[in-house]
Design a protein around this ligand. Structure first.
Ligand SMILES: [Zn+2]
Length: 351
């Protein structure tokens, strides 16, 4: 939180991706979603609520008139149901063009002074500092590390500060092509599913990281149990996910044009976590919640830019045009203070 009265308006396109990249990626993602539905919808599977395990739900508006979205009557979570199965997801992540486009965008951000990378790095460095107070050496793993861009940045920092001998870094990704082209040599990378990886490293990691992963999984509960198994005693599990109740996720629904994917965006995002349901979910999976934060920077810029394209022409969020950039910068800072940004970060320990 800023300790003075100046707040800077943060422009999404300057920090994340360009307007052209945004249009291209969004339209490709919709094309890919249609293709996966065409090819695999007959094998989509009914599931209980992935957050609480509840069986009762109410139907919501379909995503692009194809994918069924429901809301759990027990915990109020929105999720895709029936959900694409393993074969559909394997096809989506290995054969659909939007994933290559996204990987290129992420690679191009590497090494830049991106606000996303620097804030993420700072959070992780604080956690490392706290762990090194009690242990001489620690093991860290990033699940879903792709080709290791974030771990590479972390490794460089640790080396520059003579901490690389005390902190061992590993990364896991199911995408073999990403792992076979690592961007760093200071990190052990494994091509594996999280569940298979977990079988080989019980109680091994002092810090488990993942960034925007858990919303992609058709069984996030099973994933969390695997993470609990590889977490060392007194270890920390730290991850991020979209906040389905955040400002831009509410302002622009899952059928609106968006520069960042909504919490519901199949076959990519299959359930929307929120600051509410994630606490229930963490407790159900055997964790204690240390901290929840929504440190996002882009909500007001995203709504301001794209509300005119919303399918809901009467949206209350149209009033955003009444505010100038200085005022919007203050509103963005309030969203952070109120835990109402669409970017959710949570830190857990074993209960
Ligand atoms: Zn539920």
């Amino acid at each position: 939180m800023s300790n003075n009265n100046t707040h800077n308006y943060i422009d999404f396109f300057q920090h994340n991706r360009t307007e052209e990249q945004t249009e291209t990626l969004y339209s490709q993602r919709i094309k890919d979603a249609k293709e996966v539905h065409n090819k695999f919808s007959s094998s989509f599977q009914e599931r209980p609520c992935p957050i609480c395990g509840g069986e009762k739900f109410d139907q919501q508006e379909d995503f692009i008139n194809l994918y069924s979205v429901v809301k759990c009557r027990t915990c109020n979570s929105e999720y895709v149901n029936p959900v694409p199965g393993a074969e559909a997801l394997d096809y989506y992540y290995n054969h659909c063009i939007s994933n290559d486009q996204f990987e290129e965008l992420s690679q191009s951000r590497k090494g830049s002074s991106s606000i996303i990378l620097s804030e993420r790095l700072l959070e992780v460095l604080n956690l490392i500092d706290s762990l090194l107070l009690n242990k001489n050496t620690i093991n860290i793993v990033e699940i879903g590390c792709s080709s290791g861009s974030f771990l590479n940045d972390l490794h460089i920092y640790l080396k520059d500060n003579d901490l690389d001998k005390r902190v061992h870094l590993s990364g896991v990704d199911i995408d073999e092509s990403a792992i076979s082209n690592p961007v760093t040599d200071g990190v052990d990378l494994y091509a594996s599913s999280a569940q298979d990886f977990a079988k080989n490293f019980p109680n091994n990691f002092d810090l488990i990281l993942n960034f925007e992963l858990i919303e992609h999984l058709h069984d996030p509960f099973e994933f969390m149990i695997s993470m609990k198994n590889i977490l060392a005693k007194d270890g920390i599990f730290h991850f991020s996910t979209p906040n389905g109740k955040g400002f831009d996720n509410i302002g622009l629904g899952y059928n609106d044009f968006r520069p960042l994917a909504h919490g519901i965006f199949p076959p990519m995002h299959l359930q929307a976590f929120t600051t509410e349901n994630i606490v229930h979910f963490a407790i159900r999976c055997g964790f204690d919640v240390v901290k929840i934060d929504t440190p996002g920077n882009f909500d007001v810029d995203i709504v301001k830019r794209f509300i005119s394209r919303s399918k809901n022409s009467q949206s209350n969020f149209n009033h955003i045009s009444l505010f100038d950039d200085d005022q919007l910068a203050i509103i963005q800072s309030w969203l952070k203070d109120l835990n109402s940004s669409s970017h959710l970060v949570i830190t857990l320990t074993q209960s």
